[in-house]
Design a binder for this molecule. Structure first.
Ligand SMILES: CC(C)(COP(=O)(O)OP(=O)(O)OC[C@H]1O[C@@H](n2cnc3c(N)ncnc32)[C@H](O)[C@@H]1OP(=O)(O)O)[C@@H](O)C(=O)NCCC(=O)NCCS
Length: 254
């Protein structure tokens, strides 16, 4: 009996032939942008014009946010310890989590699950924010340490609107922002993670792919920081942490 083969639906490779999701790689190389190809490999189908523009904007939006994000500090610290570029980039990616870059995943999960509850996004937002408040939870994808209005959010939604790209999740996202302000008395702007979460949800991506959009976007930024650290800074330089004090046990004997 032949052993049963496991299956993959991503790329078919035979001698002299490479087909990604059924399309010839040489045609893809000539006819599709990188963003369109990322859409194809993740979704399995080609994007519409609006989806292609949005995908490109998503991948550009999170490419870098200067030297302070935890993933950049992670990548630079790995180089500083005398390691290679690949170790630094892997280290930076490992730092990405639910509160840094990874908010896309939870934001998309909540929006996708709650969007099914009612036809009216304002009713959903009302119920969701009440639930968040009662359970003392934060809405991922909203609020920012620095930006009062996240310019990347406005641009993503502008591109969607210009292309006539409408969807319930984008509408719900805007309704949540409005309701958070009404019910919590605080302006918590939709940050880039929240905007990406809404757009990918309208594109029909599973929320479990949420972190992928940030990782794919941020890796070139991490490479640039790791390379700059390698070529401009001396190894083991003082790279954080912020001033701190010791408050553990006093000196003692065994
Ligand atoms: C991004 C974030 C850490 C920035 O926080 P910050 O501006 O430093 O604000 P703080 O953490 O000090 O919170 C200030 C107040 O706003 C509230 N708040 C902040 N973000 C909130 C959110 N997303 N949902 C609900 N309440 C929120 C806090 O509960 C706090 O309330 P309190 O003063 O009554 O205790 C914060 O907004 C957050 O946790 N957002 C959700 C995670 C997220 O989207 N991360 C991706 C960032 S790009």
């Amino acid at each position: 009996m032949p052993e049963e083969l496991w299956k993959t639906a991503i790329t078919n490779v035979e001698p002299g032939k490479i087909r990604v999701r059924g399309y010839n790689i040489t045609d893809i190389m000539e006819k599709l942008s990188y963003a369109e190809t990322v859409y194809l490999i993740l979704k399995g189908e080609l994007p519409s014009k609006a989806e292609a523009e949005l995908m490109n904007a998503i991948l550009v939006s999170s490419i870098d946010h200067s030297a302070t994000p935890p993933s950049v500090l992670g990548a630079r610290t790995v180089i500083s310890g005398g390691n290679s570029l690949n170790a630094a980039v892997a280290g930076g990616v490992l730092v990405i989590g639910d509160t840094h870059g990874g908010a896309i995943e939870n934001s998309a999960r909540i929006m996708q699950q709650w969007a099914k509850k009612d036809d009216d996004v304002n009713n959903i937002a009302e119920e969701l924010v009440t639930w968040l408040k009662e359970n003392k939870k934060r809405m991922p994808g909203f609020g920012h340490r620095l930006h009062k209005v996240d310019p990347r959010t406005a641009k993503l939604f502008e591109i969607a609107q210009r292309n006539g790209y409408k969807g319930k999740h984008i509408d719900l996202c805007k309704a949540i922002e409005k309701t958070l302000e009404q019910k919590l008395g605080k302006k918590l702007p939709i940050n880039v993670d929240g905007a990406i979460a809404a757009v990918i949800s309208d594109m029909g991506f599973d929320w479990r792919l949420g972190k992928a959009f940030f990782i794919i976007s941020r890796v070139p930024g991490l490479v640039a920081h790791a390379y700059e650290e390698m070529t401009r800074e001396k190894p083991m330089r003082k790279l954080g942490p912020l001033p701190f004090t010791y408050d553990g046990p006093p000196d003692r004997e065994i």
